[in-house]
Design a protein. Structure first.
Length: 385
């Protein structure tokens, strides 16, 4: 599929709308249904995400609900559903996943109106089957699900829940807990980034274009995302309504080991590098998360010396943004504010981005230099640069 690139587009708004139009409509997606992480101890991980990120208890499945091989805790904050799953025996394939990758994203579930049709459309175009359509039922109705494989061991599950009124999925019950710290203001998943091997970015961009009907929203080359020592390349793929955005990163040749290479080494293969979650008040969100122990990348103070000249007038107090380490960038539609956590696992793999869009639909290109310098400083501390 011949997909456009934002480079050279003089009218940014026209360019964005043209790209959304070019995305094929054979796979309509309503949004992200849930993200499932395979983790070593779901009960303790759930406590962390509740405490640090402000998620609330939603649903539970395990021995008490008739599930014999695993346990899952479902957390919710506004439109975000996070599922944390742990195997109950060592011979479970989930245990193999954790042994190889550590805690990490296994499932990026997509909410669709017709899971069977989504499965048929993608597999007929060459998607590898994860599992055939299944119908799960309980007293609250039925859910249809089907799965396909994407990069590494990551999978997409299509979820059709129009005939279901339960708490989450059949097999889950409401998770009642007296411990529910307040929300930090997280709203929905803005995008999710995949890291793949050198030479694989175009392959997976083509996967999303040809098999899932996505379009190339923007491309960053090694001149856009680089420092003196490291670089990466990225293609951002989007579905037709713009609700699903998947940047695909690959390493570029540099003097030292890039963040993508470090990820691939420690995750032992391709996978989801970070989850970007949106907020309507990033100052409140980051203030809360810092109080609760979330660690963020340090932004060099010199970054703020020129940011006003680059982005112009904004509503937020720049002194407060600097104190919190929040970065700012602007495109023709408006501006955005963003910040990145340090890895939330012991392995330097998965991290989170917190983003507030004030009209901007881009990804903070003007912040790449400062971001890379911050990441490289952390790599140097770890001895992996």
């Amino acid at each position: 599929m011949d997909t456009p690139n934002l480079k050279g587009v003089t009218n940014y708004n026209y360019g964005i709308e043209k790209i959304f139009q070019d995305a094929q409509d054979f796979l309509p997606i309503n949004g992200t249904d849930y993200v499932e992480l395979y983790v070593g101890n779901a009960k303790q991980a759930a406590h962390y995400y509740k405490t640090a990120f402000g998620f609330q208890s939603l649903a539970y499945a395990g021995l008490e609900t008739g599930i014999r091989d695993r346990v899952s805790y479902v957390l919710k904050q506004d439109k975000i559903r996070l599922v944390l799953t742990t195997p109950l025996t060592s011979d479970n394939p989930i245990a193999d996943h954790i042994k190889k990758h550590g805690d990490g994203v296994k499932v990026i579930a997509l909410w669709v109106d017709d899971a069977r049709q989504a499965f048929a459309e993608t597999t007929s175009r060459g998607a590898e089957v994860y599992f055939e359509p299944v119908v799960d039922k309980d007293a609250n109705g039925e859910v249809v699900r089907a799965g396909i494989r994407t990069y590494g061991d990551t999978v997409h599950i299509f979820v059709e829940r129009k005939n279901y009124n339960g708490i989450f999925l059949p097999g889950f019950e409401a998770w009642e807990s007296e411990y529910n710290p307040g929300s930090t203001g997280l709203k929905f998943i803005d995008h999710m980034v995949g890291n793949v091997e050198l030479g694989s970015m175009n392959k997976w961009a083509a996967f999303y274009a040809n098999i899932m009907g996505f379009a190339n929203l923007i491309t960053f080359d090694d001149k856009d995302i680089s420092t003196q020592y490291t670089a990466l390349m990225s293609k951002v793929m989007t579905n037709g309504n713009g609700r699903i955005k998947f940047p695909i990163n690959e390493p570029a040749i540099g003097l030292k080991k890039s963040q993508v290479e470090e990820y691939l080494d420690f995750y032992e293969g391709p996978g989801c590098q970070h989850i970007a979650v949106a907020t309507d008040d990033i100052v409140f969100t980051i203030s809360e998360m810092r109080k609760r122990g979330v660690e963020f990348l340090f932004v060099p103070g010199k970054y703020y010396d020129t940011v006003v000249d680059r982005v112009g007038e904004i509503a937020e107090d720049m002194a407060i943004l600097k104190s919190l380490g929040i970065m700012v960038d602007r495109d023709e539609e408006g501006y955005l504010l963003q910040i990145f956590t340090k890895p939330v696992e012991d392995r330097p793999t998965l991290f989170f981005e917190i983003i507030q869009r004030k009209g901007a639909r881009s990804f903070g290109k003007g912040n790449f230099q400062a971001l890379f310098e911050s990441i490289e400083a952390e790599q140097e501390r770890r001895g992996t640069l």
